[in-house]
Ligand binder design. Structure first.
Ligand code: AHG
Ligand code: MN
Ligand code: MN
Length: 346
């Protein structure tokens, strides 16, 4: 008989089962929860890809708690994530950029021990122009005696530093749909096989290259930044004629998922710093479902994530929708920005 080569791709399901059996000993209910988040994201990927063929583009006609106009896809993605995750028995509650308060698990379903947070659709301004968007998620353990008697009371259970996350990741809906995941032992990526509907392991042990010549920041906000960020970016712009002695390239996609994915793939630094107009609200990006999961992924890939003054993962949140300045990416670059903040404080 002729020998037949059969390739056996590692699916997300198999990867998680092996994480359960291996030294990480990932709990079965956490594995199942990650799979159910991935299933929701597969559904979102289908809807995103249909775009104008389905009635999913444009405004929803409502605002979220941040006062931002919701797009139809913000609302649809939020609903798909809730529907996929509330019945499985893994969750105590979930929270989202698109919901004012945490959502409790309905009494008809068993309550589990995890808390799920998500930015259902990141990069909303890119939806209608067919540029990459994503979903970001973070999983925490619900404290044992948490008060889950009401949605408002449940907020307290979520207010844990990012260092306590037990899983975090994002799905980028780009030319391919990719799930990038950490459970605390490195960063891996899976590509959605649209024919089988499975996420297939395509990258292991993702490391952020140390050496970089690329930065990502919305330059139109430059005049509003604080002095340390002004100093850092001015040096990058001076290129080979300035203190850095080399030229830098700039990229700004305006989807955090896509910008961070580039940094994870080929290095660089991503910043959404504090600026004068957003000082009162603490920053632009949300700590618990944007900054924390991305910070953990970046640290797990050998990079660093800071506000400029503190390690993002060390911040104890005061409220669910808290915002923070975000500076993350190649360790040595983040260190320069942090040093400039320290200099300015002296
Ligand atoms: P969201 O679409 O979830 O509200 O997040 C958008 C965020 C982030 O993805 C991106 O980095 C940033 O907003 C872009 O902001 P600007 O439009 O100010 O550049
Ligand atoms: Mn976002
Ligand atoms: Mn969003």
């Amino acid at each position: 008989m002729d020998s037949i080569t059969i390739t056996r791709p590692i699916t997300l399901s198999r990867y998680l089962v092996e994480k359960h059996r291996g030294p990480a000993g990932l709990p079965v209910d956490l594995c199942q929860l990650i799979e159910s988040v991935a299933r929701a994201c597969t559904q979102i990927a289908v809807v995103v890809a249909r775009g104008g063929l389905a009635d999913v583009l444009g405004e929803a006609g409502s605002d979220n708690i941040q006062g931002e106009a919701q797009k139809k896809l913000d609302v649809i993605s939020n609903t798909l994530l809730i529907d996929a995750n509330e019945w499985g028995g893994h969750l105590a509650a979930m929270a989202s950029e698109e919901m004012d308060w945490p959502r409790l698990i309905p009494a008809r379903y068993p309550r589990g021990k995890y808390l799920l947070l998500f930015d259902p659709l990141d990069g909303s301004s890119n939806i209608d122009v067919n540029v990459s968007i994503g979903t970001i998620f973070s999983i925490l353990v619900c404290p044992e005696h948490a008060d889950l008697s009401s949605e408002t009371a449940a907020e307290q259970a979520f207010l844990q530093a990012g260092a306590h996350q037990v899983a975090a990741g994002y799905v980028i809906y780009g030319p391919s749909a990719l799930l990038v995941l950490t459970v605390g032992d490195g960063v891996v990526a899976f590509t959605l096989d649209r024919e089988s509907g499975a996420f297939i392991l395509t990258r292991e042990n993702i490391r952020i290259p140390e050496e970089t010549r690329e930065f990502a920041v919305n330059m139109s906000n430059q005049r509003h930044w604080e002095a340390p960020v002004q100093r850092y970016v001015a040096e990058l712009l001076q290129g080979s004629q300035g203190a850095r002695g080399k030229d830098f390239n700039m990229r700004w996609i305006a989807s955090m998922v896509a910008d961070v994915h580039r940094v994870l793939s080929r290095g660089g630094i991503f910043m959404y710093p504090l600026d004068e107009r957003i000082r009162a609200q603490g920053g632009k990006l949300r700590l618990m479902y944007e900054a924390n999961p991305m910070a953990w992924l970046v640290e797990q890939a050998g990079g660093a994530a800071s506000t400029g003054r503190a390690r993002i993962l060390a911040i104890t949140p005061e409220k669910l929708h808290q915002r923070v300045p975000v500076i993350l990416g190649s360790k040595s670059e983040v260190a320069v920005v942090v040093a400039y903040h320290a200099d300015a404080a002296c």
